[in-house]
Design a protein around this ligand. Structure first.
Ligand SMILES: *Cc1c(COP(=O)(O)O)cnc(C)c1O
Length: 394
């Protein structure tokens, strides 16, 4: 065998030895709480489809209409010929959506949140910047920080005192604090009001990744900035559109000058084919739903399920994390035990992902339960019962 392949196989064997091999399951139906997997109907608590829009008929119809209007592909990057009327309308709608939180807001649509984060940090930070990154930030922010060539300093989770000291000591020409709004593996919220006050005091950007807040948080689903009622020229906001919005892609919203700079300079924006216009067209319908009465109802349903979960789940050995959001992790500890619990749940018809290092710290392998407005109270009760039973048996 080739030496190169043998070296990789040895590394893969190490992954197995640590119970860290990841496998993909193949789904055969839309992403709903009852999902068909390998010919079997499972009750799923895996998706980030918090409002239950991923398989919503009105959005499916809009996607079909978009394909009829614009075809299947965009044909080119945005700066060549791929920027369609649908993309332009979506950006205008998104800018209006966040306008109460951001002065002179403009929005830029991306194929994925991962790329939006690379583009945003790469365009705004450079080797003359100090970039302060929260320790539990999403991988795409970590990679974006690396790609930006900024001097990166990681501050411990939620440690605003430490961040304050780091900012005070910085003499960099540009300063930037970068954080998730809702931490994706823990479900807790960053203290954005304090972070923003600190950034304003130090003339620093506050870059917020609201992947798990957009559509869900705030009275109109505008996200974490609406939730905390924040407004500032220092804010740079990223929201994703493949989670609560149910389709795909992401956007950055900020002062128009920030966005224009990104159009000119952000390589992950410039050098990639624009997403299919039909996707942007479908997202217009998602936004209608999010900001309308249906969105309000769906957010209320989600809140009632979160309350039900918190009030009914009683664990002894395992630990339900403190979270007020749709992300409700249960910490098990060891990788192999977490995997076994997930497998036992699966055997009983319930699909919950086990999350292991390096996604979470060593020794805190966990079940990541995500709730959706598409779940029923019975679904949640079923999960609570089976989990409590499994804890006794494990
Ligand atoms: C999912 C996620 C992303 C990436 O968004 P995609 O559109 O899935 O690429 C970025 N940041 C956070 C916090 C996320 O959870």
């Amino acid at each position: 065998m080739s030496k190169l392949i043998a070296a990789l196989d040895a590394q893969l064997a190490q992954i197995d030895a640590q119970s860290l091999r990841r496998r993909r399951r193949i789904t055969e139906s839309p992403s709903t709480p009852r999902v068909q997997v390998d010919g079997r109907s499972m009750l799923a608590f895996c998706s980030n489809d918090y409002l239950g829009l991923a398989a919503y008929p009105k959005i499916i119809t809009a996607l079909q209409q978009g394909a009829e209007l614009y075809g299947a592909g965009s044909g080119a990057s945005h700066l060549i010929s791929g920027h369609s009327r649908a993309h332009a309308e979506l950006e205008e709608r998104l800018a209006a959506f966040v306008a109460p939180q951001i002065d002179n807001a403009r929005a830029l649509y991306f194929c994925t949140g991962y790329m939006a984060n690379l583009a945003m940090l790469g365009a705004l930070a450079g080797n003359d910047a100090d970039l302060f990154s929260e320790s539990l930030n999403h991988a795409s922010l970590i990679d974006g920080a690396r790609l930006s060539r900024a001097n990166v300093q990681v501050y411990p989770h939620g440690d605003i005192e430490k961040l304050s000291a780091l900012l005070a000591a910085s003499t960099a020409a540009k300063k930037m604090v970068v954080t998730d709004s809702v931490f994706s593996m823990d479900g807790d919220l960053a203290d954005l009001p304090r972070l923003l006050a600190l950034c304003e005091q130090h003339d620093a950007w506050l870059v917020v990744d609201d992947a798990h807040g957009f559509g869900v948080l705030g009275a109109h689903g505008r996200g974490v900035l609406e939730h905390f009622n924040l407004r500032s020229p220092n804010l740079v906001y990223m929201g994703t559109l493949g989670k609560a919005a149910g389709v795909a892609g992401a956007f950055v919203a900020a002062h128009a000058s920030v966005i224009e700079w990104m159009v000119q300079r952000a390589r992950p924006y410039i050098y990639t084919t624009a997403a299919p216009p039909a996707v942007a067209h479908a997202l217009l319908t998602s936004l209608d739903i999010i900001e309308g009465a249906e969105g309000t109802e769906r957010r209320a349903q989600l809140q009632s399920l979160i309350a039900l979960w918190q009030q009914t789940l009683k664990l002894n050995k395992w630990q339900a994390m403190e979270s007020s959001t749709a992300i409700q992790p249960v910490v098990i500890g060891a990788n192999d035990v977490a995997m076994q619990v997930a497998a036992n749940l699966y055997e009983r018809g319930i699909w919950v992902p086990a999350i292991r290092p390096p996604t979470v710290p060593v020794g805190t392998a966990r079940l990541r339960v995500t709730l959706s407005a598409a779940h029923t109270a019975d679904d949640v009760a079923q999960l609570v019962n089976v989990l409590q039973q499994l804890e006794k048996e494990t």
